[in-house]
Ligand binder design. Structure first.
Ligand code: MRU
Length: 315
């Protein structure tokens, strides 16, 4: 499904409404929103200080559209750097718009290369015949190419190593059922959909060999924010002695964040949990939780596979 947008405000609305979602995908989309703003202002006077000030004000709003996935702020920040560089060359507003569009395309190409490298690095961890559990969607509908966690699955499946993927439904928004199960079945990867509360018994029955999930923000110590419910899956995996892997690009690591306690968790609308409000019933709806580094076996990145404690030395 495609959503057509003509203004940066529409892009922000699409990000907030999850029309585009997933940390790497919203990062590249955020950068593209800046290019869209510039193209709508290509007749402006780029030497007028008001032009640059309006650009950076708009960029701050794009970066803040969703708070947890650090890729959004990081990619917007990189696009702002490119804007400043282009403006510094004396380019006219039309040239800045064209330059920002090229920059967004370059970020897109970069994410594809990163997906492929994560896939190759992660596939090496999987044994032939693997039954992989995943939570939420970290696949082609969360990134530019075939995904991070699902990139590992697709690369391993290409090597004949994947027997089956178990996809958590992922309440309340259902990314596991609506997106992960859908895209895996289309790609011909055997997939079984299960409700979130069935993961424990699937593990106890010996159906799961490893867990691979994505990430929205990783702190310096390896604590990882991902879709709500990921923490519970990690606890279950530890209890059953099942390896738990996080697959994410380096752009998801927030060097400014010492540990998971510093990660802002997005609170979403109660209607996602309870579409028809009930008098006297309050709803909690955090979109993400934090899995402590101690529960993570390895973090699979485009630069290699790291124990969470070794991540900091790579920054
Ligand atoms: O709220 P969403 O759908 O944007 O959440 C995204 C996730 O949490 C994904 O599971 C993911 O692992 C990070 S994006 C590759």
């Amino acid at each position: 499904m495609f959503a057509e947008v003509g203004t940066w405000e529409e892009v922000v609305a699409a990000i907030k409404a999850l029309a585009v979602r997933g940390a790497p995908a919203i990062g590249v989309t955020g950068a593209a929103a800046l290019a869209l703003w510039a193209s709508c202002h290509s007749g402006d006077d780029a030497f007028d200080p008001a032009y640059g000030a309006a650009f950076h004000r708009m960029a701050a709003q794009v970066a803040g559209a969703r708070p947890t996935a650090v890729n959004l702020a990081a990619m917007v920040h990189r696009a702002e750097g490119e804007f400043d560089r282009l403006a510094g060359t004396g380019a006219a507003a039309g040239g800045i718009a064209a330059g920002l569009f090229d920059f967004a395309k370059a970020l897109e190409a970069e994410d594809e290369a990163v997906n492929r490298a994560i896939g190759a690095n992660g596939a090496a961890l999987l044994q032939p015949g693997s039954r992989v559990l995943t939570h939420c969607n970290a696949g082609s509908l969360a990134t530019v190419f075939y995904g991070t966690a699902l990139g590992v699955v697709y690369a391993a499946a290409g090597q004949g190593k994947v027997q089956r993927v178990y996809a958590d439904e992922t309440r309340p928004v259902g990314q596991g059922s609506r997106l992960t199960a859908w895209e895996l079945s289309r790609a011909g990867v055997p997939v079984t959909l299960l409700c979130d509360d069935m993961a424990a018994s699937a593990m106890a029955r010996g159906l799961i060999d490893c867990v691979v999930v994505g990430a929205d923000r990783i702190a310096r110590n390896g604590d990882t924010a991902n879709k709500i419910g990921t923490y519970g899956v990690a606890v279950l995996a530890a209890h059953h002695g099942i390896p738990f892997y996080v697959a994410a690009p380096f752009s998801t690591i927030d060097g400014a964040c010492a540990d998971g306690g510093a990660i802002a968790i997005e609170q979403r609308d109660p209607s996602e949990v309870l579409p028809a409000p009930i008098d006297g019933v309050d709803v909690m709806n955090p979109a993400f939780d934090v899995t402590p580094a101690s529960l993570i076996g390895a973090i699979i990145t485009e630069r290699g596979v790291f124990a969470p404690r070794d991540l900091e030395s790579q920054l």
